[in-house]
Design a binder for this molecule. Structure first.
Ligand SMILES: NC(=O)c1ccc[n+]([C@@H]2O[C@H](COP(=O)([O-])OP(=O)(O)OC[C@H]3O[C@@H](n4cnc5c(N)ncnc54)[C@H](OP(=O)(O)O)[C@@H]3O)[C@@H](O)[C@H]2O)c1
Length: 232
């Protein structure tokens, strides 16, 4: 069905990604629930009430072949992609300081949190270009804001600052397309990564979905939380 609206969410088997999938399905998107372990993705899909509008697929953002496999299926079945939510991330390294950081940990964070979205974008961009209303949402964090940056979480903070930089560059390179590219912070959210005390997962997801819902003349190349600009 060429007119069907299609979305892909990475790291969607739990946390904010799963809630974003729920929100996309409510909006009428046929949504790929990307999960690096397919069994976890299928279990997450079964937990959703509208599971028939969800495609659980193995998608490891560090594994180019898994992304290429998905791209080939989407090209074959739909010929386009409307929304890419780069949500997967790891290593909120609260135990580290930059002065003594394990660079293997930093490298691992960059591999998933920066190169993951980057290579996913590379592979899916031809499909996004075929959309009339493409949206790329890079799920970032205020921890990556240079203006507010202090000590600690060096791997995570540097990876999110770099993701923010990538967001700006991509937005500038894609201005003549119909694709809006934004970075979004979901706020402190009570997930496995955020821990207890954060706000409800649905609120974090709503911050992300705001950037999906933007009109065609909406902002691109920005950094937002709850629809309001954040300082870079
Ligand atoms: N929670 C917060 O307070 C907070 C604040 C600011 C920003 N964020 C951002 O929000 C996003 C979602 O965070 P969350 O709190 O929902 O985290 P989470 O509960 O830890 O979930 C992370 C998800 O990413 C997946 N993932 C990890 N590595 C992957 C890979 N290589 N390929 C594909 N998926 C992978 C995980 O899969 P597995 O189940 O297989 O591990 C999991 O589904 C992240 O970008 C995070 O940096 C969160």
């Amino acid at each position: 069905m060429p007119d069907e609206r299609i979305a892909v969410v990475t790291g969607a088997n739990r946390g904010i990604g799963l809630a974003v999938v729920r929100g996309l399905v409510e909006r009428g998107y046929l949504t790929v629930l990307g999960s690096r372990d397919l069994a976890h993705g299928e279990a997450a899909t079964a937990s959703l009430s509208a599971g028939e509008f969800v495609l659980p697929r193995r998608l490891d953002v560090t594994d180019p072949s898994s992304i290429a496999h998905l791209a080939a299926e989407l090209a074959d079945r739909f010929g386009h992609l409307d929304v890419l939510v780069n949500n997967a991330a790891i290593l909120y390294d609260t135990w580290q300081q930059a002065t003594t950081a394990d660079l293997d940990v930093v490298r691992a964070a960059m591999e998933t949190n920066l190169y993951g979205p980057w290579r996913t974008l590379h592979t899916l961009l031809p499909l996004l270009r075929a959309s009339r209303h493409g949206r790329i949402v890079n799920v970032s964090s205020e921890a990556g804001s240079l203006s507010g940056m202090g000590a600690g979480t060096p791997a995570y903070a540097v990876s999110k600052a770099a993701l923010n930089a990538l967001t700006r560059i991509l937005a500038a390179e894609l201005t003549s397309s119909h694709i809006l590219v934004n970075a979004v912070c979901p706020g402190w959210v009570a997930t496995d990564m955020g821990g207890p005390g954060g706000r409800p997962v649905a609120e974090g997801a709503a911050s992300v979905l705001w950037a999906v819902d933007l009109p065609d003349d909406g902002p691109s190349g920005g950094f937002f939380r709850d629809g309001r600009p954040l300082a870079w």
